[in-house]
Structures are given as structure tokens and as C-alpha cells.
Design a protein around this ligand. Structure first.
Ligand code: PLP
Length: 375
């Protein structure tokens, strides 16, 4: 198949430059320190069952786009949780409980973060309370029950589930392990991000001395993107072009980068990219991202199912890649940028480009995955 056969087939909604861009490694490493990053790798790499996830080459796509390499970090292979999220919540559980077996951990979640916390609690033999909104699917709730967590359904949306989590945790002296930061709650979200940065450490061991020139990072509340930028500051000698990609219905990083301050989005329509459908960038990542993201791009849902299918049927590479809804936007962001001559030139996408894309998750929701690839 010729991927670009009809030209301009891959849609983006908005592309912006960050007028406050200035990538300052020392400043970034003040938010998440070198020690935080190294600690996370030293601890997580000793967990039972740990092995680095593969860095695959989308060699058919890079040939078609005349780029040197497109590297795809395949988080479908992350422990048995099939998502980079496994590195964050579970690591934070270990850090906050410090070997104390009597602590009960609690979190509010839309799915994958809670799964990581539940899994981390089970690893350490701890009790775990997970608060989910009434809109979280039965399958996602069940997955966390299966990991031994007590799953509590709350009427209303995610915010309501978080309010209930904080209320019950305060009453019962449970330890909250949240991935989102707010004023006075920064330490635990930093642990989750330090955990995510393990991906970057693995990548530098996997790129065979190639120099990464561009990184495309999906963002929900910005934790993963911020963590990867910290990893870049910690591990890379060069500074690649950093591009954040978001659903156009929830482009909270893009809107905040535009004005230089945190902007809250009123989400009118939930994106297919569920994990990225977040209305407000979290405080810790914002401190990192506000100056170190060079460009932002937002996407409609239109090409998600197609991209998942093309990754799955080895159109883009030699591999059949199981990529969930939140893994597709990195690839779409790249192709849509390539098809637009102005953006392509601005990003200097050419035969010397080594692009890094994060395949954040596999089929974490099997039913949804099957439905989308069969569309
Ligand atoms: C499953 C999943 N959840 C959430 C996110 C967003 O992460 P964050 O909220 O840390 O920005 C992603 C990817 O960006 C994802 O793949």
C-alpha cells in the first residue's frame, strides 16, 4: 500500500509554535531531578518481570516519508499491563509506602493509572481502594478488581470520583496515590513521572548511537510528555524538536502554550483518545512543558481507527503492532505534519530525521480495540 497515495489524507486541527520556547536542561531537572530519574530506573529495573519494552522501527513508513528512522516505543509489552502507565502509579506506591505493609493506598482514575496503582499494591501486598466515576466502563473497573483492589463507583464524573477519594482517604487515613498534581500535592505526581522517564533510559540503550532529532509526545494532563522531556534533559546530549500532540476536543497543553499560562478546557465531546481527554494540564508537567515544548498539534478522532489498523496489519513496519487509541496520535501527528509543506519545512522533516514516537499502550480495552480495527 502507498500510504500517502491520495495526499493530505491525514487530518490535524491546529498546529502552533511556542513563542516562549527555550529548552533549559538545568531548569527542567529542577522539577524532576537527576536523582529522581536515576532512582526510578534503579528501582523499577529490579522489579520481577522487568524488561525494556521494544523500540521498533516503522521502516516502511520512514521509507515512504523519506525520513531516516521512525522509532516506535512499544508499551504494549510493558509488564502485563500493556501501557507505560505501569511505570508510574506502581512506582509511586512503592515510594510512598516505603516498605510499610499496613498502609492502604487509594486513587481516583479513569482506568490505566488505577490499574497501575492496583498492580503496584498487589506486588507489595497492600490494600488498595480505587474510585471510579459512573462513566468508567465495567471492563476497566473489573480489571482493577481482578488485581485485588476494592473498586468504588462514584456518581458523576472524574472530578467527583477524586473528591470522594480525598474525602474517604482523609477519614480513613489512606494514602492517596494520584498522578495529577495540585497545590500542596506535588511529590506523588513527581514519582509517577520519574517512573515514566524509565522509557527514555531504555530508549538511549536501544537507538544504537543514532541521534533523535524529533520527539512526538501525546498529552492528557501532560505527565507522560513532561516525564519524557525530563528524560531528554537527563540522558540526551542534543535537544530534539519536541512536539506535543492532543485531541482537538481537549487540547489543554496547546491552549496553555498559546497564552503562556494554564488554561482550562471545557470538554464538550469525549475523544476516542480516552486517556488524553483531559481538560487541564497538571502543575508539575506544566512547569516543564511551558518552555520546553517547541510545537503543539491537535487532532480530530478521524484517523485513529485507520492508524491502529495500519499499525496492526504491518503496513508501517515489519511488525504487527498492537496499538491502542492513545498510541495512534503520534503517528498521525507525524504524517499530517509531513503532508503540510509549511509544517514539514518548519520541522525540517527530511532524510536526516530520526523521529521518536511513543506507542503508549496496546489493547488495554480489548473490546474497543477490536471494534476500532474492524471499522
Ligand atoms: C493510556 C494513556 N493514558 C493517558 C495518557 C496521557 O498521559 P498524561 O495524562 O500523563 O499526559 C496517555 C498518553 O498520552 C495514554 O496512552
Amino acid at each position: 500500500m502507498t500510504i500517502l497515495s491520495n495526499g493530505h489524507q491525514w487530518k490535524y486541527s491546529e498546529f502552533i509554535d511556542n513563542k516562549n520556547y527555550s529548552f533549559d536542561k538545568d531548569k527542567i531537572l529542577k522539577s524532576i531531578s537527576k536523582d529522581d530519574i536515576d532512582d526510578a530506573y534503579n528501582i523499577i529495573s529490579k522489579w520481577e518481570g522487568y524488561s525494556p519494552t521494544p523500540l521498533l522501527s516503522l521502516n516502511k513508513l520512514s521509507k515512504e516519508l523519506n525520513l531516516k528512522n521512525i522509532f516506535y516505543k512499544d508499551e504494549n509489552k510493558r509488564f502485563d499491563l500493556k501501557s507505560f502507565k505501569a511505570l508510574g502509579g506502581a512506582y509511586a506506591v512503592e515510594k510512598v509506602t516505603k516498605g510499610n505493609k499496613d498502609i492502604v493506598v487509594a486513587t481516583a482514575t479513569a482506568g490505566n493509572h488505577g490499574r497501575s496503582v492496583a498492580w503496584g499494591a498487589r506486588r507489595l501486598g497492600l490494600k488498595c481502594k480505587i474510585f471510579i466515576s459512573e462513566f468508567v466502563s465495567e471492563a476497566r473497573g473489573q480489571a482493577m478488581s481482578d488485581l485485588g483492589a476494592d473498586v468504588i463507583k462514584v456518581k458523576g464524573n472524574y472530578e467527583q470520583s477524586l473528591i470522594e477519594c480525598i474525602k474517604q482517604s482523609t477519614e480513613n487515613n489512606w494514602q492517596i496515590v494520584q498522578d495529577v498534581a495540585w497545590k500542596d500535592y506535588m511529590v506523588v505526581p513527581k514519582y509517577t513521572m520519574a517512573g515514566y522517564s524509565v522509557m527514555m533510559r531504555e530508549i538511549i540503550d536501544q537507538i544504537n548511537n543514532e541521534k533523535i532529532t524529533h520527539v512526538i509526545l501525546q498529552a492528557g494532563v501532560g505527565g507522560m510528555a513532561g516525564a519524557m522531556v525530563s528524560g531528554i534533559a537527563r540522558y540526551l546530549d542534543n535537544v530534539p524538536v519536541t512536539i506535543v500532540v492532543e485531541p482537538d476536543s481537549a487540547a489543554c497543553v496547546l491552549e496553555s502554550i498559546k497564552t503562556g499560562k494554564i488554561e482550562k478546557i471545557d470538554i464538550k465531546r469525549e475523544s476516542l483518545m480516552g486517556g488524553m481527554s483531559c481538560g487541564e494540564v497538571s502543575l508539575v508537567p506544566w512547569e516543564i512543558l511551558k518552555n520546553s515544548v517547541k510545537h503543539c498539534i491537535s487532532l480530530p478522532d478521524d484517523d485513529i481507527a485507520k492508524t491502529m489498523r495500519l499499525l496492526g496489519n504491518s503496513t508501517f513496519s515489519e511488525h504487527r503492532i498492537i496499538a491502542g487509541e492513545n498510541s495512534a496520535p503520534g503517528v498521525i501527528g507525524l504524517i499530517a505534519s509531513y503532508e503540510d509543506q509549511i509544517i514539514k519545512q518548519k520541522l525540517q522533516l527530511d532524510e536526516n530525521s530520526n523521529i521518536l514516537i511513543i506507542g503508549c499502550e496496546g489493547d488495554t480495552d480489548k473490546e474497543m480495540y477490536q471494534k476500532l480495527i474492524n471499522q
